[in-house]
Design a protein. Structure first.
Ligand SMILES: C[S@@+](CC[C@H](N)C(=O)[O-])C[C@H]1O[C@@H](n2cnc3c(N)ncnc32)[C@H](O)[C@@H]1O
Length: 320
C-alpha cells in the first residue's frame, strides 16, 4: 500500500482537528519528550514540537514516503526539536532509536547526551532522535553523522501519542509492549484511532459497489484492512503491559467534508486498501461511484458539506 504523502497532507484537515483535540488533553508544560506513532506527513508532529520548545518530539511511521515528506516539510532548520524515523508501530523499542556504534557520553548544559558519529542510522545520514535533547554539529564531516542522541534505559519518553493511525495496525498488543518499553514510569499513553463501528456508513456503500461485475475481480481476496477495537479490548490489554487506565472510550465524531469533492478526496487519500486495488485508470471512476452512493444516502447539509459518522477509540493511560 503506497501512501501519497502530499495528497494526505492536503486532505487531512479532519484528522488534524482530532489531533489538536488530543494535544489539548495533554496540557503540555513545554519540556516533555514525546513519541508520535504513525505520524504520517508530520504536520501534527510538528505542532506537538512547537508546543514543547524545551522538549523534543520523535515522529515514527511505517511508510517511507510519509517520513521522507515529513522530513522535507519540517527540516531541523525549521523545527530543531523534531526528528522523523521510519519505524513500525509493532516494533517500537529503545534499541530501534539508537545506533549500533558504542556511544560516547557527553555532559553539556545540564543535559546528559550520548554522542556517536559515523553511524548508519536507518537510511538517514543525520542524527537520531532523543527524548532528552539533541546533539548539534559536533562532527560535520561529509558522510558522517554530525551527532546523535540515543535513548538509554533510564532516558525515556514522557508521552507516547498516536492519532488516526493505530486502526491500521493489526497487532495492538505489540504496539502496547513497545510503547511501555520506551515510556518512563508515570509517562502517559494517549491515543485516538478508529474504533469499533468507525465509518460504518462508508462500508455500507463500499461493499455493494465492490460486488458489482465491474469491480468484483479486484476484490476477490480481501484481507482485513482495518483493526477496529472496543474499550473492552484495551481494558484487558493495558494492565498486561504495565499501564494504569485513566479512560478508554468510544467517542462518536462527525467528520465533515467540503462537498462531494472533499469526500472523494478523503476516499482517495486514505481508503487505500480499497481504492488501490482498482487499477489506476479506473480508480477515479470507482471513487466517484462510491461517493455518489454515499451522497445519495447522506445528502450534503445546507452549506453543501458532507458528514460521516465516525467512532474513535480514545485511550488515556499511565505507565506504572
Ligand atoms: C491516516 S494517517 C495518520 C497520520 C497522522 N498521525 C495524522 O494524525 O494526520 C495513518 C498513518 O499510519 C501509518 N501506519 C499504518 N500502519 C502503521 C504501522 N504498522 N506502523 C507505523 N505506522 C503505521 C501510515 O503509514 C500513515 O502514515
Amino acid at each position: 500500500m503506497a501512501w501519497n504523502a502530499a495528497d494526505y497532507a492536503a486532505n487531512s484537515a479532519v484528522q488534524q482537528t482530532w489531533a489538536r483535540e488530543l494535544i489539548a488533553q495533554l496540557h503540555l508544560r513545554g519540556d516533555e519528550h514525546i513519541l508520535d506513532v504513525g505520524c504520517g506527513d508530520g504536520k501534527v508532529t510538528a505542532e506537538i514540537a512547537w508546543a514543547v520548545p524545551r522538549g523534543s518530539v520523535a515522529g515514527v511511521d511505517a511508510s517511507a514516503p510519509m517520513i521522507e515528506f515529513a522530513r522535507q516539510t519540517f527540516p531541523r532548520g525549521k523545527v530543531p526539536n523534531l526528528e522523523f524515523q521510519v519505524m513500525d508501530a509493532r516494533e517500537i523499542k529503545a534499541a530501534n532509536f539508537s545506533s549500533p556504534s558504542p556511544p560516547q557520553k557527553e555532559e553539556r548544559a545540564g543535559v546528559r547526551r550520548l554522542v556517536v558519529s559515523n553511524t548508519n542510522l536507518l537510511s538517514r545520514p543525520s542524527a537520531t532522535l532523543s527524548p532528552l535533547g539533541r546533539g548539534e554539529g559536533v562532527d560535520s564531516a561529509p558522510g558522517r553523522v554530525s551527532s546523535c542522541v540515543q535513548i538509554q534505559p533510564d532516558e525515556k519518553f514522557d508521552i507516547v501519542f498516536s492519532n488516526a493511525a493505530l486502526h491500521w495496525v493489526d497487532d495492538h498488543r505489540a504496539f502496547l509492549r513497545g510503547a511501555a518499553s520506551v515510556l518512563r514510569s508515570g509517562g502517559r499513553l494517549i491515543v485516538s484511532c478508529g474504533g469499533k463501528g468507525n465509518a460504518h456508513d462508508v462500508f455500507l456503500v463500499l461493499r455493494p459497489e465492490m460486488r458489482l461485475k465491474r469491480w468484483r475481480e479486484f476484490f476477490r481476496r480481501t484481507e482485513k484492512p482495518y483493526f477496529l477495537y472496543s474499550p473492552a479490548d484495551y481494558e484487558k490489554w493495558l494492565p498486561r503491559f504495565g499501564f494504569k487506565t485513566h479512560s478508554v472510550r468510544l467517542s462518536p465524531k462527525d467528520a465533515v467534508y467540503e462537498g462531494r469533492a472533499g469526500f472523494a478526496a478523503w476516499l482517495r487519500s486514505t481508503w487505500l486498501p480499497y481504492t488501490q486495488r482498482v487499477p489506476e485508470n479506473l480508480r477515479e471512476e470507482f471513487i466517484g461511484v462510491v461517493t455518489d452512493r454515499y451522497v445519495a444516502k447522506h445528502p450534503p447539509d445546507a452549506d453543501g458539506r458532507v458528514h460521516v459518522r465516525m467512532m474513535r477509540l480514545e485511550i488515556d493511560a499511565v505507565k506504572v
